[in-house]
Design a protein around this ligand. Structure first.
Ligand code: GLN
Length: 552
């Protein structure tokens, strides 16, 4: 079969869940037996989000192959449980860099380089790469921003051309819009949706499907009205009411008939019946009242929760599997330095310090690690959180406040976290991060090995600095265990403390591999310790005991 494409555009306003909609529809198709992949086209000029402030862009999501991508790729991977690759996130910056590079090499033989066809051809080439580099039969393509943005015009033009290139049976346009609610009259308005569809039409794209997002129930008359004004069939209007349970979105779209409609439009027949048992159980478990554990997330970008999207989701996945509700307290590490916010940390049953760059707030994170170690509070350090846990422990063992990572103090006499010797020359040239999947060998009799129940695992990395091996022995003698190492033994991947219920840090980012139905083992192990600290009994254990009583 030829590759099928579903294109997602946004109307009215951004941030209404276009990425989640695309991810959920991808799952509907996968459940019908098709291989799918999702691609995000970002109209900004940066080459990738790797250098953008999390305040502007939220989390940088890292893939197996080490590409630094938009956080929507996290939604795609989590919902559909697939691994995407580098070509699945395209930016205007990448497109122009490629075309200008070719022009400089003389590849265009003196031609005038223009948005149409050169830029649009490059966009289309990149869209076609998804099917070539994955096994996808259906490719879902989401365009960032909303229709009407100047920047997204070349992308929309490329999508318009793809219908004539590939035919109507191979392309579907889905437009995701927002229905504002007017409080005074108590009604939902479709006018902005009509306008954005008109805008889309003026570019030459007529949507086949309208996903109308709303915070309030949308009645049938309103759907009829949207269908009429936007020139789609009534069956192709999907009113998507905001839900408090993110992972319910695929179920809602399924109930609206979205999966069958898309297949029909693409001339495909389902290869199997979708099986929603796991997802239904998942949403039931989320809604079920459960005992609450509190985790303090000590970070630098805590005002914007999207900056730690994968960490938050990984915590939620683990919590569901353990039958608890996790209440995350967002603590600003720079505030801790000023003595503020400690009540929140002290009130929590566990502390998590996520990844980060730059020195602002690092001392506050070190203080949080210190508090967790001394008070035997469960601690999970992710990348920078692991490095600072090592710094804190080494300050204690070596008896000096000058211990640091050379990222934050170049002239520290005790650089327990440092660049590797062979990295130093490279770093001067600028390209320096260890990115993507690397193997990690687990050491027996450790919290990590017990959590994973495996000998070797692969985890995603995004960092420059490493544990300095000159300090391995002294810290080990004092009670630090290197429970995960690179296969050659040179790199410390996981460190944990012996004399503590759970104090563990990973040089990698386990949060990127957690899935709603497959929580990450380290997050589960951490939350088990948190649950114990909160004095909550293990439900499964209780059930087992009950069973034994009945049988005995
Ligand atoms: N800044 C640290 C490093 O580059 C940690 C990076 C991270 O937390 N992702 O090594």
């Amino acid at each position: 079969m030829s590759t099928k494409y579903i294109f997602f555009t946004g109307g009215v306003v951004s941030s209404v869940g276009k990425g989640v909609t695309a991810a959920a529809l991808g799952l509907l198709l996968k459940e019908r037996g098709f291989n799918v992949a999702v691609q995000k086209l970002d109209p900004y000029i940066n080459v990738d989000p790797g250098t953008m402030s999390p305040y502007q862009h939220g989390e940088v999501y890292v893939l197996d192959d080490g590409s630094e991508t938009d956080l929507d790729l996290g939604h795609y991977e989590r919902f559909i449980d697939i691994s995407l690759n580098r070509v699945c996130n395209v930016t205007t910056g990448q497109v122009y860099a490629e075309v200008i590079g070719k022009e400089r090499r003389g590849d265009f033989l003196g031609g005038t380089i223009q948005v149409i066809p050169h830029i649009t051809n490059e966009i289309k080439r990149r869209i076609s790469l998804v099917a070539k580099t994955t096994s996808a039969e259906i490719v879902l393509v989401e365009i960032g921003g909303t229709v009407g943005d100047i920047e997204s015009l070349p992308f929309l033009e490329a999508l318009r051309q793809m219908r004539s290139d590939l035919g109507r049976e191979n392309t579907v346009y889905v437009h995701v819009t927002w229905l504002p609610y007017i409080g005074a009259t108590g009604e939902l308005k479709t006018k902005p949706t009509q306008h954005s569809v008109r805008e889309l039409r003026s570019i030459g794209i007529s949507p086949d499907v309208i996903v109308a997002r709303s915070d309030y129930p949308v009645d049938d008359d309103l759907c009829e009205k949207i269908a009429l004004f936007c020139d789609v069939t009534r069956k192709a209007v999907f009113p998507m009411i905001t839900t408090d349970v993110l992972y319910e979105v695929p179920l809602l779209l399924e109930r609206l008939g979205a999966g069958d409609l898309l297949l029909q439009r693409l001339g495909l027949e389902a290869r199997r019946q979708p099986d929603w048992k796991d997802w239904e159980r998942l949403t039931r478990d989320v809604r079920r009242p459960k005992p609450t554990v509190r985790v303090a997330l000590v970070g630098k970008y805590v005002e914007l929760h999207d900056a730690y999207m994968s960490v938050r989701e990984a915590l939620k996945h683990a919590a569901i599997s353990l039958g608890v509700e996790v209440d995350i307290s967002w603590v600003h590490s720079a505030e801790l330095e000023k003595g503020r916010g400690w009540d929140v940390v002290k009130d929590a049953n566990g502390v998590i310090v996520p990844g980060g760059f730059g020195s602002r707030g690092t001392e506050g994170k070190i203080q949080a690690a210190h508090y967790a170690r001394e008070n035997k509070v469960p601690y999970l350090g992710l990348c920078l959180g692991m490095q600072l846990m090592v710094v804190e422990f080494a300050r204690h063992v070596l008896g000096s406040d000058e211990v640091n990572s050379s990222e934050f103090d170049r002239s520290t006499p005790y650089p327990v976290i440092d660049l590797m010797p062979d990295q130093k020359s490279i770093s001067d040239m600028g390209g320096t991060m260890r990115l993507g999947l690397y193997p990690c060998v687990l050491q027996p009799e450790s919290l990590a090995a017990e959590a994973y129940q495996q000998k070797i695992v692969q985890e995603r990395h995004r960092h420059r600095f490493e544990f300095n091996n000159a300090y391995r022995e002294s810290l080990q003698k004092a009670g630090m265990r290197y429970s995960g190492l690179s296969p050659d033994g040179r790199l410390v991947e996981i460190a944990e403390l012996d004399d503590h219920p759970f104090m563990l840090g990973t040089q990698f980012h386990p949060e990127f591999l957690s899935r709603p139905n497959r929580p990450h083992p380290l997050f589960v192990a951490f939350l088990k310790a948190v649950r114990e600290r909160a004095g909550i009994r293990d439900e499964n254990l209780e059930l087992k005991e009950e069973q034994l009583r009945v049988e005995g």
